[in-house]
Design a protein around this ligand. Structure first.
Ligand code: CA
Length: 225
C-alpha cells in the first residue's frame, strides 16, 4: 500500500507516517497543499490522506483539482471541526471519506482498508443509457467525445436514474438514497441538482433528458419518437 499524507501540522504528519510504516505501508509526507497536488499528480497512490486547512492550496480545492484531472485516487479528508458543512463541502468536492480531528489511528486505518477494499471490488466501470456513459471510477458523464465531471450528488442521482430507467423515481426516493433517511434535505434540494444535471446534459448535447412526471418524480427519456 502506497499513501500520500498532506498535513501541515508537522508532528501529526510525522506521527501518521510512523503509523503507516508500522503497518508496512509506504507513505510520502508533504506539509503544504502545493506540494500535495504535485505529488498526487505525479505519483500513483492507493489512498491520499488530506488535511483541509493547508498553506498553499486547501484540501477542498486540491481534491477538486485532482478530480478535474481525472485522478480518482481515494481521498480521506482530515477536518478540524466537526462541522457538517465542511463534510458536505468535502464530499461534494470529490473526497471519498473524512475524519474529524482528533481521531484514533485505528479508525483511520480501518477507513483506509475499507476504501481500498471497495476500490478492489469495483467490477462495473460504466453505466450507459442511449448516448450517455457514466464513468463510475471518475464520476464523469460523457456523450460522444464530450465529457463533464459530476459532483458527488449529481453523480449519485444520475447513477440511480440510469439504473432505474424504466421507472419514475420520486423525490422522496432520491432524498433517501442520495442524502440519507436522517438528512434535512427537501424537495427543492433535489430540484436544484436535477437542474444542474439538465444543464450538463445540454452542455454534452445528449439526446437524453430528465423528464418530470408531475407529482410523481423523474425519469430519463430519449428523443420523442
Ligand atoms: Ca492544517
Amino acid at each position: 500500500m502506497n499513501l500520500l499524507i498532506v498535513e501541515d501540522e508537522v508532528r501529526l504528519a510525522d506521527a501518521l507516517g510512523e503509523i503507516m510504516r508500522e503497518q508496512k505501508y509506504m507513505a510520502d509526507i508533504v506539509y503544504n497543499g502545493t506540494d500535495g497536488l504535485y505529488y498526487a499528480k505525479n505519483n500513483s497512490y492507493d489512498v491520499i490522506i488530506l488535511d483541509v486547512m493547508l498553506p498553499g492550496i486547501n484540501g477542498f480545492d486540491l481534491v477538486r483539482e485532482l478530480r478535474a484531472c481525472h485522478i480518482a485516487t481515494p481521498v480521506i479528508l482530515l477536518t478540524a471541526k466537526d462541522d457538517i458543512r465542511d463534510k458536505i463541502t468535502g464530499l461534494d468536492s470529490g473526497a471519498d471519506d473524512y475524519m474529524t480531528k482528533p481521531f484514533v489511528p485505528e479508525e483511520l486505518l480501518a477507513r483506509i482498508r475499507a476504501l481500498t477494499r471497495r476500490q478492489g471490488d469495483v467490477v462495473l466501470e460504466e453505466q450507459r443509457f442511449l448516448d450517455l456513459t457514466l464513468h463510475l471510477s471518475t464520476c464523469d458523464l460523457s456523450c460522444g467525445c464530450k465529457s463533464i465531471h459530476l459532483s458527488y450528488k449529481e453523480f449519485e442521482i444520475m447513477k440511480l436514474l440510469i439504473a432505474n430507467q424504466k421507472i419514475v423515481l420520486s423525490k422522496e426516493a432520491l432524498i433517501s438514497r442520495v442524502w440519507g433517511n436522517d438528512s434535512n434535505a427537501e424537495d427543492n434540494n433535489v430540484e436544484a441538482y436535477i437542474s444542474f444535471l439538465r444543464k450538463k446534459l445540454v452542455f454534452l448535447g445528449s439526446c437524453v433528458s430528465i423528464n418530470t412526471v408531475r407529482k410523481v418524480g423523474y425519469r430519463l427519456e430519449g428523443p420523442a419518437s
